[in-house]
Design a protein around this ligand. Structure first.
Ligand code: HEC
Ligand code: HEC
Ligand code: HEC
Ligand code: HEC
Length: 170
């Protein structure tokens, strides 16, 4: 068991009490603080601007918002944001929770699935080609840079194995 049990308990209780409704969103800007690479990649994607594809009139039309900006009304988050895919971050975004993959998922972090993509990328969306999950994933890649940074960090913090000096002591 982790030493952080005392801190884990309150977040777990809060999450369970709130289980009736979904967790609140903290906003993409909060994620940005700790995931700058993911944020930059997302900003370049059409998901980050999905609401701007709609005219002013359409931006008030729930039928369009349901895919282009599904969390605008309830969570004040425009377009298809981090939390539209990963779940509201209220309980999982504190750092000590994020560092515990199991706990993070227990309190709301979602691993986005193909099914989830297809809830918007369905036959009614104006795509010329049918939705190809694997190809589409490549087009929204915001994790490779994240993983590279983490790998570099792990390497940097690994114990340095200095080769024994060859200049023999006399
Ligand atoms: C206080 C810093 C912090 C904030 C804020 C934060 N994260 Fe994290 N997140 C982390 C850390 C630390 C990890 C663990 C991996 C690592 O060390 O990079 C992580 C891991 C993740 C993972 C991978 C989890 C896994 O186990 O595969 C996802 C997905 C993620 N965060 C999404 C988000 C989203 C979405 C937000 C905003 C709602 C967010 N994070 C906010 C620090 C943070
Ligand atoms: C909440 C609805 C929603 C979900 C969930 C969603 N998308 Fe999207 N996606 C959109 C919308 C809307 C657009 C078009 C944005 C625009 O141009 O206005 C889009 C655009 C895209 C594009 C860009 C297409 C292009 O022409 O460049 C890709 C790629 C994509 N999505 C992949 C995915 C993948 C992969 C998933 C699942 C991991 C996913 N999407 C989940 C709504 C969604
Ligand atoms: C079922 C989900 C869904 C609904 C509902 C929806 N869209 Fe979309 N829309 C998408 C997806 C997904 C894409 C991106 C298709 C692709 O390129 O793969 C898209 C793309 C678009 C684009 C093209 C954007 C670009 O970058 O070229 C426009 C414009 C658009 N939608 C307008 C609308 C309007 C207006 C409404 C409401 C009448 C609406 N959409 C409702 C899912 C939806
Ligand atoms: C359209 C849905 C979608 C959106 C929007 C989205 N993500 Fe993701 N994210 C994914 C998917 C899918 C994966 C897992 C990809 C895989 O494992 O192949 C992922 C993976 C990640 C990871 C995991 C990296 C790792 O080490 O495993 C982090 C961190 C992350 N996303 C953060 C964010 C942040 C921050 C934002 C907003 C700035 C965001 N995501 C927006 C779908 C999304």
């Amino acid at each position: 068991m982790r030493a952080s049990g005392f801190r884990v308990l309150p977040v777990l209780l809060l999450a369970l009490c709130g289980a009736a409704g979904a967790a609140d969103f903290v906003g993409a800007d909060s994620c940005k603080g700790c995931h700058p690479e993911a944020y930059e990649a997302w900003m370049q994607s059409k998901h980050a601007r999905a609401v701007s594809s709609l005219s002013e009139q359409q931006q008030k039309d729930g039928r369009c918002l349901s895919c282009h900006s599904p969390d605008q009304v309830a969570q004040q988050q425009a377009s298809v944001s981090c939390e539209t895919c990963h779940g509201g971050g209220q309980y999982y975004s504190p750092e000590y929770v994020m560092k515990d993959p199991e706990l993070a998922r227990l309190v709301g972090l979602v691993d986005p699935s193909e099914k989830q993509c297809r809830s918007c990328h369905d036959a009614s969306s104006p795509s010329l080609r049918p939705f190809d999950f694997k190809e589409s994933l490549k087009a929204i890649d915001h994790w490779s840079a994240e993983r590279a940074r983490r790998a570099a960090r792990t390497e940097a913090s690994a114990p340095v194995t200095t080769p024994p000096t060859t200049t023999a002591k006399k």
